[in-house]
Ligand binder design. Structure first.
Ligand SMILES: Nc1ncnc2c1ncn2[C@@H]1O[C@H](COP(=O)(O)OP(=O)(O)OP(=O)(O)O)[C@@H](O)[C@H]1O
Ligand SMILES: [Zn+2]
Length: 650
């Protein structure tokens, strides 16, 4: 195949692509066809059957192989003369350090989780390499350009927190099917098959616990207890007894319709084994990943809505299969949308609960989508977004900063346009990642340990990978392969100490320096002691602040138009999305600007210090409601985790 000569800016470019999934496959193809001569790809995954419907560089025979390597081979078949270097690895591996990033002209992300995106953002800032970010969720998509000091970095705006529900809605007063799914997945499944020791609101106490039968841990299987008996006991406890206990609190039901307790004997015959000969033989195979309650019971259609009786049978069968065929995993399982048996269990439990609360039942297919925060992937959106990434990459290579655009791909046309380009925003001066703004942390220094600080703040909130913590010149903690043994012992001991009892005590007023050696990121955290925290609102028992959106100021030139679009009015669609009930379970990785912020061109038109001719603009992003996980993002994606990971249906 002959191809036209590449643009001169492309000819010498060396680009790094991170992620070879839905967006990545499209991107690699478009880069190759556009004439990019030297492409490096990092992807840590192997190909799954569920990827094949949209990750078109992969075929059935590639299942189980490295995405980065197979993508390379597929593209070399139609562009044999370009150089493609694959890395089957996690981008967070220490090998991919700042020096590694420095060799590239531009980095292009096709990731699906916040954690990896933040990491790449930091490495690009440290290496001073431009980053083109992207994400898609169904029909929605987004591409942004991040150039150190010129445009906002990926982390300049706090990301939407994952959608969460009030605990009491989940444990006591569900009103939507999603509440039943969250209950089945995060409480019941976790209690039965995950870590037993975890706190869990399922063991609802009766009014007089001392005389109740329920003082024992009902979830503990009794010695020699038959598995069906055990399953029925769990069933009766969570769908019968717990509902009776809840009903006893009249106040709760004053303005709500009361739930109905459901006991297994009312729904199922006394003994299923008699009814269903294959209950004991269970599934035909011993391969744990193919064990299925539906298969055992001869039910085939995942789109069918099961009756209460069918849900109850699936519930008992799935429970039995976990304790029979997958016994080794019990105690360590966490819900995985690709685990058929887990989805069957969660679907049936959610449906039985829904039945009790008068909520419409759902099929396994629908439940899987809700439980896995799945948004149906749209291959065309990935292709459009990949094209836009390449357009922005070319502008970056041409050093044409004034024409950079962040572009949103909308679900419904706005002013007859599906693509909405907006000029990029200037960096947020209070961003702890790309500016040096100190953070402050309220924490109980007499109660919280260094380990809690490391896990909940340094890793979870600040997204650091290889952290080092200093108080003045005293090193309190660091990680690394080359540490002396006595240092390792010291740090391990420090981790268990409360902050005020560390060798160099951390108390109110202490300024801690936290550094990530791989990301080359340093943050100063000013510590403020606080005695009490609200368990519901501040479950971490610590509050980090200082990382805020840039202050909103009164907006001028409201009708200013970028490229013919881009006024605040263009956001209506995004706002519709935000209030769209159907999207409730979508992990919104996407952020859409509600109103304009100061833009790059306005800054570069003047002294470059931010005293732009446009005196006042707002700086708010209206984020599409985060429906999940993962996950996750200012950018949309194929999904995280991670609690912030968005996922697609395959
Ligand atoms: N830390 C990371 N290092 C390297 N690659 C990563 C990292 N995190 C995510 N990825 C890759 O990014 C890609 C994202 O692609 P995509 O959103 O299509 O997800 P997927 O895993 O292929 O599909 P799905 O999530 O829908 O099952 C994946 O191939 C994944 O392996
Ligand atoms: Zn920033």
């Amino acid at each position: 195949m002959d191809s036209p000569p590449p643009l001169s800016a492309i000819k010498d470019a060396k680009v790094l692509m991170v992620g070879a999934g839905g967006i990545g496959c499209e991107l690699l193809k478009t880069l190759a066809l556009s004439g990019f001569p030297d492409i490096h790809i990092i992807d840590m995954d192997t190909i799954e059957v569920s990827n094949l419907n949209r990750q078109f560089l992969f075929r059935q025979k590639h299942v189980g192989q490295s995405k980065a390597k197979v993508a390379r081979e597929a593209v070399l078949r139609f562009r044999p003369n370009i150089s493609i270097t694959p890395y089957h690895a996690n981008v967070k591996d220490p090998d991919f350090n700042v020096d590694f990033f420095k060799q590239f002209s531009v980095v292009l992300n096709g990731l699906d989780n916040l954690d990896a995106r933040r990491h790449v953002n930091r490495l690009c800032l440290a290496a001073d390499v431009p980053l083109v970010e992207s994400g898609t969720t169904g029909f929605l998509g987004q591409v942004t350009v991040h150039l150190k000091g010129k445009t906002e970095c990926y982390e300049c705006q706090p990301k939407p927190a994952p959608k969460s529900y009030p605990v009491c809605t989940i444990t006591s007063t569900p009103s939507k099917f999603v509440h039943c799914i969250v209950w089945a997945k995060d409480l019941l499944f976790a209690k039965l098959f995950g870590d037993k020791a975890q706190d869990n609101d399922l063991n609802v106490r009766s009014g007089n616990a001392s005389t109740s039968d329920h003082t024992e841990d009902v979830f503990e299987r009794r010695k020699d207890e038959d598995i069906e008996e055990y399953g029925r006991r769990i069933y009766d406890h969570v769908f019968g007894y717990n509902i009776e206990v809840a009903l006893a609190n009249e106040e709760t039901w004053k303005n709500r319709s009361k739930p109905r307790p459901i006991y297994s004997k009312d729904v199922l015959p006394e003994r299923l084994i008699k009814q269903n000969g294959n209950m004991d033989s269970a599934s035909a195979t011993d391969n744990p990943s193919s064990v299925s309650a539906m298969a055992s019971l001869g039910m085939k259609n995942p789109q069918e809505i099961w009756s209460l009786m069918e849900n109850s049978k699936i519930f008992l069968e799935a429970l039995k299969l976990f304790f029979g065929k997958r016994k080794k995993e019990v105690g360590n399982l966490s819900f995985d949308k690709d685990d058929q048996l887990a989805v069957e269990f969660v679907t049936s439990a959610a449906n039985i609960r829904a039945s009790s609360f008068g909520i419409p039942l759902h099929s396994l297919f629908e439940s899987k989508g809700i439980a896995g925060n799945i948004v149906h992937a749209v291959a065309t959106t990935n292709a459009i977004i990949a094209g836009l990434i390449v357009i922005e990459a070319i502008k970056v290579l041409q050093k044409d900063a004034r024409s950079y655009r962040m572009t949103y791909c909308l679900e419904h046309p706005s002013k007859k346009m599906l693509l909405m380009p907006v000029e990029p925003y200037e960096p947020n001066k209070s961003c702890y990642v790309c500016s040096e703004t100190p953070l402050s942390l309220e924490i109980n220094t007499h109660r919280s340990t260094l380990r809690e600080f490391v896990d909940k703040i340094v890793k979870a909130k600040l997204g650091m990978n290889l952290p080092l913590i200093m108080h003045g010149s005293a090193l309190l903690y660091e990680v690394g392969d080359d540490l002396e043994e006595d240092m390792v012992t010291n740090y391990a001991a420090n981790l268990e100490k409360v902050l005020s009892e560390l060798p160099s005590p951390v108390t109110s007023g202490t300024l801690l320096t936290v550094e990530d050696l791989q990301q080359e990121l340093t943050c100063n955290i000013s510590i403020k002691h606080r005695e009490e925290f609200d368990e519901e609102k501040e479950p971490d028992g610590m509050v980090l602040s200082g990382w805020t959106p840039a202050p909103a100021v009164e907006k001028k030139d409201e009708n200013h138009v970028d490229n013919g679009v881009g006024t605040s009015k263009n956001i209506t669609n995004a706002e519709q999305v935000e209030t769209n009930e159907d999207l409730e379970i979508v992990p919104a990785d996407i952020e859409i600007p509600a109103e304009k912020k100061r833009k790059l061109s306005e800054i570069s038109n003047n002294d470059g210090l931010g005293t732009s001719r446009v005196a006042a603009k707002t700086n708010n992003h209206s984020k599409v409601q985060d429906l999940d996980d993962d996950d996750d993002v200012v950018f949309i994606s194929g999904g995280d985790s991670d609690p912030s990971k968005k996922r697609k249906l395959h």
